[in-house]
Ligand binder design. Structure first.
Ligand SMILES: Nc1nc2c(ncn2[C@@H]2O[C@H](COP(=O)(O)OP(=O)(O)OP(=O)(O)O)[C@@H](O)[C@H]2O)c(=O)[nH]1
Ligand SMILES: [Mg+2]
Length: 323
């Protein structure tokens, strides 16, 4: 089946001139590195701004944005090409449903990604989140378990709603640092990688975002965020860490029939020493005890039975002799 040709990235022409120049420079860098396509996977909890970030990056409305709660469970792949380069961004449904990990969404994402190669992952959360709670850690853990902990090596931490006024007594930069550090620490804890998610990128998707003289969206620290997001993506994609190949083995784990088979003999031996042997010993001990504690009449009856059968045998012997 022939796949549809990828549409031209027309949204790029609607970016302010300075942003367009920055993006063309990055495309030149990728061309020099012989990279003609990139696939970016966007993950995170529900409603944190994943789809909005995808749309901001393409400069057009490609992913569905929901103001209240998204109903869509399917990931979508958005692709655009420019000057021989194709950008694919995979937008995914939120990984939390009703206060729990959305296992169904995770499974659908896993199946959707089968046989694809992911160059960069954006783990999206909000800058204005108050704390990193247990549910956040569960989401991070679920991501590592689903795609292998190495996924965090190619992940950027993207914090949306970045045009905020920090609480009294804290500067914007201090607030950003604290929030970033809390999330980075949690990711390092669950992934076990000290170098996991070293980069944080701030994003403001709102149309009310402040702009500079050139019309580019800027954050309270004065940074123009969109080119910075693309620069960070290119840095990860052309960096030392390998892209993530989502193959059958990664999705289904090692051959299910072979999984754990090597432990069977060890289990049997352990079972013998820990379960079967103690039971046999206990039975023998019981028999011994029962023998020791027999009432006198039972012992006498047994002795009588023994001597009676001896007498009978002797009689029979003598009878045989006489005969
Ligand atoms: N102010 C502000 N609002 C944002 C930002 N990003 C997203 N939103 C709003 O947050 C709401 C949710 O955004 P989405 O982009 O749909 O979030 P999502 O993560 O894709 O949500 P799900 O697909 O349901 O998981 C929408 O009302 C967006 O307009 C941002 O950076 N700033
Ligand atoms: Mg969405």
């Amino acid at each position: 089946m022939a796949s549809n040709p990828v549409r031209e990235w027309t949204g790029l022409q609607h970016f302010p001139v300075a942003t367009q120049t920055a993006l063309h420079n990055l495309l030149g860098k990728l061309r020099a590195e012989k990279v003609d396509n990139l696939t970016v996977l966007v993950l995170g909890k529900g409603g944190v701004g994943k789809s909005s970030t995808v749309n901001s990056m393409f400069g057009e409305r490609m992913a569905v944005i929901s103001t209240i709660q998204s109903e869509t469970m399917r990931p979508i792949i958005c692709s655009r090409s420019r000057a021989g380069f194709t950008l694919n961004i995979i937008d995914t449904p939120g990984l939390i449903e009703g206060g729990w990990i959305n296992d169904q969404a995770l499974e659908i994402i896993r199946r959707f990604l089968l046989n694809r190669t992911i160059d960069v992952v954006l783990y999206v959360d909000r800058l204005d989140g108050y704390r990193v709670d247990n549910l956040d850690k569960q989401v991070m853990k679920a991501i590592g378990q689903s795609f292998g902990p190495q996924i965090w090596r190619i992940t950027l931490l993207v914090l949306t709603h970045a045009q905020l006024s920090p609480p009294d007594g804290v500067t914007y930069l201090e607030y950003v640092e604290k929030r970033s550090a809390a999330l980075q620490t949690a990711i390092r804890q669950v992934s076990g990688f000290q170098k996991a998610v070293s980069q944080v990128v701030l994003v403001e998707n709102s149309g009310r975002c402040n702009t500079n003289a050139g019309g580019e969206k800027i954050l309270p620290d004065g940074k123009v965020w969109l080119p910075h997001l693309f620069e960070s993506i290119v840095e990860v994609a052309t960096g030392e860490n390998q892209s993530l190949v989502i193959d059958k083995k990664l999705i289904e784990g090692p051959n299910a029939n072979q999984r754990g088979k090597i432990w069977i003999p060890l289990l049997l031996v352990t079972q013998f020493f820990l379960v079967v042997r103690p039971i046999l010993k206990a039975i023998q001990k019981d028999i011994q005890l029962e023998k020791q504690n027999r009432p006198g009449w039972e012992i006498r009856a047994e002795q009588y039975a023994k001597s009676a059968s001896a007498r009978r045998a002797r009689k029979k012997f003598m009878a045989d002799e006489e005969y």
